[in-house]
Design a binder for this molecule. Sequence first.
Ligand code: PEP
Ligand code: MG
Length: 582
Amino acid sequence: MRQLLGIPVVDGVVIAEALVLDAEKYRLPAQRPTRPGDPADPQRVADERARYREAVEKAKVEVEARAEDLASEAAAAAILMVQRGLLDEEAFHQDVEEQIAAGFGAEQAVSKVVNTKRKQFRQQEFTLRLLPDLDDLEQTLIVQLLGEERETLKDLTAEVIVIARDLTPSQTMSLPLEFVKGFATDQGGKTSHTAILAQSQGVPAVVGLGRVTDIVTGGELVILDGRSGKVIVDPDERTLHRYRERRKSILQLQKELEELKALPAQTLDGHRIRLFANIGSPDEIALAIRSGAEGIGLYRTEFLYSQEEPDPSEDVHFAAYSRAIELLEGRPLVIRTLDLGADKFTPAGLGFEANPFLGCRSIRYCLMEREDVFWRQLRAILRASARGDVRLMLPMVSSLEELVRAKELIEDVKAELRSEGQAFREDIPVGIMIEVPSAALVADLLASEADFFSIGTNDLVQYVLAVDRVNQKVQELYQPAHPAVFRLLLQTVEAARRNKIPVSICGELSGEPEFTLPLLGLGLRDLSMAPSLIPKIKRFIRSITAIEAGRVVDEVLKHSAATQTAAYLVEKARDLDPEFFD
Ligand code: PEP
Ligand code: MG
């Protein structure tokens, strides 16, 4: 049994076999090691050894052929040295055979030995660079072993926990989600896109585990605890029993939460809070409505982009928005314009940027680089606005000029549509995300031009604290409870109130129960979050008062350290609803 601790992002317990992505572009047949004290079947061991030796001979031929085909002498030499070198190394084969003798299948045995090698390679600068060759060798051997038998991800028929270095949005989208019961990744933070996608699917997830892909072998049994951030590999019977019991009580709690669906999100002293969902695709609307969402507070349209669809047409945009409107049956839909670049999909033509989080991304890309792309999207949003309650939201706005420029373009698009006789809503609300510190600081100026604000704390925290939201090395410094964050939130809410425009919040904080009290205390009444989190937040809201929320925010604003505030908020929330924090 081995245990790792990462960053918990989606609550829940899953017990299932591991499917290691990256190392496998296909699925290994499930083979369990023999339990200690249980002798491996000698015939099976002999067969697996023979299979392995045969695969090695074939792999040698393949590696040599690949080296010959390479134009670069250096790359060919690396292949020959690492891949062909290891294939000639008797000690390597003996290590694999030792694992086979312990009861592992040949594929798992190869992965285990390569994982040990990976650790050794990481120790030195010179070998570090050769890691991709080691990955390649593993692939080659496993492909030879699986031969025609190899199953692709699409053939999944059993429930799995996906283990990966990181998942790109398009990778996640292409997974057969009916079988994916959990995610565990080496990289990523609480607001990385793997986390956000896992949340929107309600799939328990732990990210930032460091080396989970080195430790887990495909087919091994894994427990994933999305509350504590633990990932337990090859658990013993006692641990397994304990987690099976926990799983039962979590499922019971989920059932109780479902019963809240028809009840309003209202505090004990009668303040009505409106809960909306964040989505990346209209496919998530059914779950959002089932969870009790009153509409969509954030539609992340950049998910229309992928390797397969790098430049969607106006019709592709329009079809997606129309579908969302239809599914929402009159509920509001806030469509955020393209937030491309940095942690999101980066369009090919953008070229290299040393610092993409501060580069030509999002609204800047739309205004400075590809006005044509923006124009196409604006046309689609405006046309869709004739069909339902659509609002338009601009991401990453950092100055009044930017907002004014975007609004001028929107007016130009309206004029074009008018001249074509196309229907659209003339007074479509145009709001902005407040997610760059400068926007929060000049929220009073922006409020004169914006119809609404939606606070994006995922980026606001990243930018105000200068902490990369997806880099697990600095996750401890990613502190939403930092006094600087609270001051910006306060300033934004006050500017909206003074200028009489609506303000909501759509960053991940809105789905964390320990932040519900201070957010309500600041005066926020509209919260938008991953669909799966809505029932939990509703239950919490129904157990608190707005008066208490006001007291909590007064207290927090006196604090000088994020750690002090974080501890205080968890304690407060735990007192009110211990079940979310045990
Ligand atoms: C945010 O930054 O808080 C936000 C909601 O947007 P995204 O996570 O898509 O950057
Ligand atoms: Mg953002």
